[in-house]
Design a protein. Structure first.
Length: 146
């Protein structure tokens, strides 16, 4: 996130990481996560924020995987910084906010299953009830014609 937020949007950027999860989440799994309304996605706020930062860039951005703890200088230094970060008394304030237009709510109908609909309702509550038009009778007000 720090690299994505600090890099000028028009500059080429290569992010080197030992996290296959981060790369997979921002590439191959991103469409699925969006279709499923991010339900059950670990670290969803972080991934959504990173996806937004990638989306707003105008220059090519590359994600490169390296094997962790294998002597790669940049990766070893990043691990040292991560250890320092876990020992900080006051954590850094990292902006994970994204505009509402980038964060649509709801499931995609074409990919919805009964399980995903149930999970969505469990996480977001039931949909609001539709208001009846005042010029049409409600079903419980209708009388049988004989």
């Amino acid at each position: 996130m720090a690299a994505l937020q600090a890099a000028p949007p028009a500059a080429d950027l290569t992010i080197i990481t030992d996290s296959r999860y981060a790369i997979q989440s921002l590439t191959h799994s991103l469409d699925h996560h969006e279709d499923a309304a991010w339900i059950g996605v670990p670290n969803a706020a972080w991934i959504k924020a990173a996806a937004y930062q990638l989306w707003r860039r105008s220059a090519p951005t590359h994600l490169k995987w390296v094997k962790g703890h294998n002597g790669t200088t940049g990766n070893e230094e990043a691990n040292k910084l991560a250890v320092k970060g876990t020992n900080k008394l006051i954590p850094n304030n990292i902006d994970l906010l994204i505009p509402p237009s980038f964060d649509p709510t709801g499931l995609h109908l074409s990919t919805m299953t009964q399980a995903s609909a149930y999970a969505f309702v469990s996480n977001h509550g039931p949909p609001p009830t539709l208001q009846q038009s005042t010029n049409q009778p409600r079903m419980n007000q209708c009388k049988e014609l004989t």
